[in-house]
Design a protein around this ligand. Structure first.
Ligand SMILES: Cc1cc2nc3c(=O)[nH]c(=O)nc-3n(C[C@H](O)[C@H](O)[C@H](O)COP(=O)(O)OP(=O)(O)OC[C@H]3O[C@@H](n4cnc5c(N)ncnc54)[C@H](O)[C@@H]3O)c2cc1C
Length: 288
């Protein structure tokens, strides 16, 4: 592991200034759970590391009645998992955060790192996509808001530029009556990344789907919103054949690779099975 210079900015402007001045050799450090592993493995060799821990404006969960929830990029996954505010407003996010690795990792790993690291098997992104969350990114030319659903370009690649910092993530006020849930399938150890996982949000009115949202992690190089499966639900009732019909559409909307967690075909099958199970669960909860 090569030695690096360690920088401790205290404001976002200072951090962006450092990124701009130091150029290609600089990286941002959040919780370090992924970055430091990559450094140890020799997959990343930064000369300059800019630690965000001391940037106070990046920490914590905020709420405004019209804006919903806003997570500073340095909010840890453990804070999301345990926050009464998150559990009350967007319980599916707390559920997804709970499924990340172990408490030790969740105490360190951050929302910003979960998005910019962009491993397609991560747990939080699909649930943020179900919530139509928006990421705020700041660089030398100012700030912009990007839908989380449009952030991912491929394996470990996002639209966040080399001189930009992900500042916060905003989860709009959820639709009235929307029920959300997360199902992670991992046949190996409990702290592993998912083989396939499904995040969903459904809104039922008079026994019919008024709205449905489904996103899959592990189904390809990026997490995917399954729009055709969603369309197969909207306007329909909650009969088992409707749920199975929507789940049947999911394998055609993903493109998983074969790897140590399973073949592509197996993952497609598990995406279908997990989607149907999660839809059944959410419908049963809505009726209870
Ligand atoms: C043993 C182990 C098991 C794991 N299991 C899971 C799992 O089951 N599910 C899961 O979802 N994840 C899992 N993870 C991954 C973990 O969630 C990620 O490592 C974490 O989300 C990254 O967050 P971090 O704060 O540690 O980021 P870091 O490691 O500090 O950074 C990761 C990347 O994001 C960039 N970055 C971080 N923050 C910002 C920002 N604000 N702006 C711009 N760039 C930024 C960094 O430069 C770096 O490239 C696991 C990790 C380990 C080590």
């Amino acid at each position: 592991m090569r030695l690096f210079q360690y920088h401790r900015p205290t404001t976002v402007d200072e951090a962006v200034g450092l990124l701009t001045d130091l150029g290609d050799e600089a990286v941002v450090l959040a919780g370090g759970t992924s970055l430091m592993n990559m450094v140890k493995l020799g997959l990343a060799e930064p000369e300059q590391v800019i630690a965000l821990r001391g940037v106070r404006e990046l920490h914590g969960v905020d709420t405004q009645p019209s804006d919903g929830l806003t997570f500073g990029a340095m909010t840890t996954l453990r804070e999301i998992e345990t926050s009464a505010l998150v559990r009350g407003t967007a319980p599916g996010l707390a559920e997804a955060a709970h499924h990340v690795a172990t408490v030790r990792i969740r105490n360190q790993a951050t929302v910003g790192g979960s998005l910019v690291h962009a491993d397609p098997n991560q747990d939080l992104p699909p649930m943020l996509m179900v919530h139509d969350a928006l990421a705020r990114v700041t660089g030398p030319d100012g700030s912009r808001e990007v839908p989380v659903a449009d952030m991912f370009l491929g394996y470990f690649e996002t639209v966040v530029g080399a001189e930009e910092i992900l500042r916060s993530v905003r989860v709009p006020v959820p639709r009235a009556g929307m029920r959300t849930g997360y199902l992670k399938f991992l046949p190996r150890t409990r702290d592993d990344y998912s083989t396939i996982s499904v995040a969903a949000g459904v809104t039922l009115v008079d026994g019919r789907f008024e709205d449905a949202r489904i996103a899959i992690a592990g189904g390809g190089s990026v997490p995917v919103r399954c729009r055709a499966a969603e369309a197969a639900l909207v306007g329909n009732g909650t009969r088992p054949d409707v749920l199975a019909g929507a789940a049947d559409v999911v394998p055609g909307e993903i493109d998983p690779i074969s790897d140590g967690r399973g073949t592509s075909g197996y993952k497609r099958d598990m995406a279908r099975v997990c989607t149907e199970r999660l839809l059944r669960r959410l419908v049963a909860e809505a009726r209870a």
